[in-house]
Design a protein around this ligand. Sequence first.
Ligand SMILES: [Ca+2]
Length: 233
Amino acid sequence: MVPQFLARCGVSALACAAFAASGQNHAQLGQAARQVSGQVHEGPFVATSATAQDPGEVEFPAYKGAAPLRKVRLTVRHHISYAFKVENLEPTQWWGATQSYPSLYSFPWFRTEAGGVIQSGMPSWTISLCWLPPLGPYDGVLDYAGAAGAQRTVLWDMCAQPAYWTTTTQEIDQAWALAPFTDADGVVQLAIQPMTWLQQDIPYAVPAEGSLAGGVDWFQWDVIVDRVEYFDG
Ligand SMILES: [Ca+2]
């Protein structure tokens, strides 16, 4: 586990420290899990820095068994980081009084080697920008700066995601979704590809409305599959 951690965890010192600490806990939990489940693979299986432009890849052992695979349970941790820019193009203050707040939205796909998509156990995030000071009237320069503009990079959003890692479990039992977990080469490869955008007011994406310029420059998901459990029969 340690060599994989050192080789693949490139997020930050803080992320790596949390990663290493929890990995030990899961190694202990895995002893109990192995006694009640036919095939359990303990992680961490890590996909760092997954973005829409550069999906993160995670790999873990495929199901090997004579009996048909009936269900897969994945225990997954993730955290999010992002950067965005906005500028008000209107001659009046843009939000706070009469308009809703813009927000960032992101959800991840699990893409299979065959190009298909399976449901994700990771929750989507809608992050209101209500904490951002209201943007003043357009200053005539579209630079995402000045009284009308703003740019932010958030490496750890303590408001949207109070804990660094959010843990979820996902159970997959549909035949079409189980197929990637029985890969004949013995290795399951999943690409984590988030979809991300800045939206002014659900479901209209900025800048379709025309009054707010900007977008999401970068929205990163760091994902760890801690445990893969295969159930047959
Ligand atoms: Ca400006």
